[in-house]
Design a protein around this ligand. Structure first.
Ligand code: URA
Length: 233
């Protein structure tokens, strides 16, 4: 049995947070992870999933399948350990990320780094990416069509990394992966089984920048993440 399967078995034996688990309507927890095996590439054709994240990035970095591909400065693929056991999924690149090509490097990113280190994680040991790979002009919300166009890229990243835990930073990432528009307050603070992985939802760090008094919720969510991760070890 590999490490991930052993961890999953351990978790199901423990029935971790059993009476708190919220199962979103569209998440099928009865099936194991269903890795993506094909990827729709730039010319619209279906190609086998590349062997590595680096190859995937090469394949998609010039994407112009939606309008954001024409307004971005840099394509923001993702950052961190390609074999990470935890993947954080944010919303979309902002100004600083668009300039540098690296996710979460602006003020929200600095707060994310701080929260990671407060929970005794090192950013280089996790993987960080976004629902969208290109910046929406003026940092507006991602449009449903943009999310749909970028969806195969995120799914391919998750398949290649195959993490044990996914953390959704904010409602766009949560809605994208869980297929639910339930309010954040109903989603956060829980461990949600998702396609053979464990998924946590927390508010986006930018929300805490606007409402520092709410960061206590983020602190609690990162504490839960630390406990969940430690139980996997
Ligand atoms: N906000 C996000 O959702 N992603 C980033 O990369 C930066 C800010």
């Amino acid at each position: 049995m590999n490490k991930a399967d052993a961890a999953r078995e351990y978790l199901s034996t423990l029935a971790l947070f059993e009476d708190e688990i919220y199962l979103p309507a569209k998440a099928d927890v009865s099936k194991p992870a269903q890795p993506v095996s094909e990827l729709r590439v730039l010319d619209g054709s279906l190609q086998p999933l590349p062997a590595s994240l680096a190859e995937l990035e090469q394949q998609i970095k010039d994407c112009t399948r939606c309008a954001l591909g024409h307004t971005r400065t840099k394509f923001v693929f993702g950052d961190g350990d390609a074999k990470a056991r935890i993947v954080f999924v944010g919303e979309a690149p902002g100004h600083d990320e668009d300039q540098t090509g690296v996710p979460f490097v602006g003020r929200a990113g600095q707060l994310l780094n701080q929260m990671l280190s407060e929970a005794d994680f090192d950013r280089k040991d996790v993987y960080i990416c976004n629902t969208l790979k290109c910046r929406p002009p003026g940092n507006r919300d991602p449009e449903p069509e943009e999310k749909a166009t970028c969806r195969p890229y995120l799914r391919a990243q998750l398949s290649l990394i195959s993490p044990e835990i996914i953390v959704c930073l904010g409602k766009h990432a949560a809605n994208e992966l869980l297929g639910t528009d339930l309010p954040m307050k109903e989603l956060r603070g829980r461990v949600i089984p998702w396609e053979g992985m464990q998924l946590l939802v927390t508010y986006h760090p930018a929300y805490y920048l606007r409402n520092m008094s709410q960061k206590v919720h983020g602190d609690a969510d990162f504490k839960l993440l630390r406990e969940l991760f430690d139980k996997l070890n």
